[in-house]
Design a protein. Structure first.
Length: 370
């Protein structure tokens, strides 16, 4: 049976970031991915936004890693010529009843560490974005967009250049603890390897991987709830040059307006819990999206809204649940020393990816120092 030092399950943005980071100081690393290439699920089906850390509670991993990760991501983009644009974002209060909540969000975000925020009145919004509808807004100049595929391609190449093996079409169907590590089974060809460490960053399937090794995912609070988000794009030139968001909803940021690097305007995502993975966008949602979009931006044409794409978020909180943070945990407390679980890595996971990788590298160093 082949021996591996570190096995990473999942080649999304998180798995690739961890592989690239660990390869700086470790050899004998393998990344197992069930799909035919990297980043074919959540990592490639999102808004591609670099967040500035406005929404997350103090002392949460989501806030800490978002603030660290945004700076790291911008620095990497500059260093490695990864396409990005620091467009800025305006969060708007659309009704007088929302003004107090906007002010509270501004105060909290500032106190938690979000940088360079300013409050805009109606005239200031109109000066920056004449077509945006809002009584007041929060302007975040540090919010941006990134070419996620280019980022993943860079991380994959960096990891491979330092000896990491990226193995595609390799779905893990066995994870068994041994005294000196784990037996990892791959469904294709019924293949088995022995690995000293296992890092579970399987995205939508991370709870299933955890259950393979005997973890009670309900008892530990690891069960994921799939939440689908559809997008509609605008088939005419964009009337805005920045990202435009409503005040956040309880469980998601609301249907917002984002731009890609080609300045194409897109609205979404919405949020709909689902029991299955289905990336089709229902055309009959166009009216709902139009009603949400026209509250943000003036003079939009209904006929220009066309179905775009859908993504699925691996959420730890189910419908009506309170905030849940990322789970990034070494599992020696469960008798599974050498297993690191990353579960519920949804937004702002893209922004956090490099900071998450450094955190995991710290956990790996602790495991291997003995």
């Amino acid at each position: 049976m082949d021996e591996i030092k570190i096995t990473i399950i999942g080649a999304g943005i998180i798995g690739l970031s961890i592989a690239a980071e660990l390869s700086k100081s470790h050899q004998d690393i393998v990344v197992l991915e069930k799909n035919t290439s990297f980043g074919q699920e959540t990592s490639s089906r999102n808004s591609e936004v670099i967040h500035a850390g406005l929404y997350y509670p103090p002392d949460s991993l989501k806030l800490k890693l978002c603030l660290e990760g945004a700076d790291q991501l911008y620095a990497l983009c500059q260093e490695a010529s990864i396409p990005f644009r620091q467009l800025g974002k305006i969060i708007v209060a659309q009704e007088a009843s929302e003004l107090f909540a906007l002010e509270e969000l501004f105060k909290k975000a500032q106190s938690y560490g979000a940088k360079d925020l300013t409050i805009l009145d109606q005239k200031e919004i109109a000066r920056l974005e004449p077509q945006v509808l809002g009584l007041a807004g929060i302007y975040s100049p540090r919010t941006g967009i990134i070419d996620t595929h280019a980022l993943m391609k860079h991380l994959a190449r960096s990891a491979q250049s330092r000896g990491v093996d990226l193995v595609y079409c390799s779905q893990v169907n066995l994870l068994q603890k041994e005294s000196s590590g784990f037996i990892v089974g791959i469904q294709q060809d019924d293949y088995r390897v022995r690995s000293r460490l296992v890092i579970n960053c399987a995205g939508l399937y991370a709870d299933q991987i955890a259950s393979l090794v005997g973890i009670d995912i309900d008892q530990q609070g690891y069960r994921l709830h799939l939440c689908k988000g559809d997008y509609f794009s605008y088939a005419k030139p964009s009337p805005v040059s920045r990202l435009i968001y409503p005040l956040p909803h309880t469980h998601y940021l609301g249907v917002h307006a984002t731009l890609d690097l080609g300045s194409r305007l897109r609205f979404g995502p919405d949020a709909e819990y689902t029991s299955q993975i289905d990336y089709r966008v229902a055309p009959d949602k166009a009216d709902k999206f139009y009603q949400a979009a026209r509250k943000l931006i003036n003079h939009l044409e209904r006929e220009a809204l066309v179905p775009d794409m859908a993504g699925i978020r691996p959420k730890l909180q189910g419908p009506g649940d309170s905030f849940r943070d990322f789970i990034i945990r070494e599992e020696s407390a469960l008798g599974l020393d050498g297993l690191i679980n990353l579960i519920g890595i949804e937004s702002p996971g893209l922004t956090c990816c490099l900071a998450i990788a450094r955190m995991v590298a710290g956990l790996v160093a602790e495991i291997l120092k003995d």
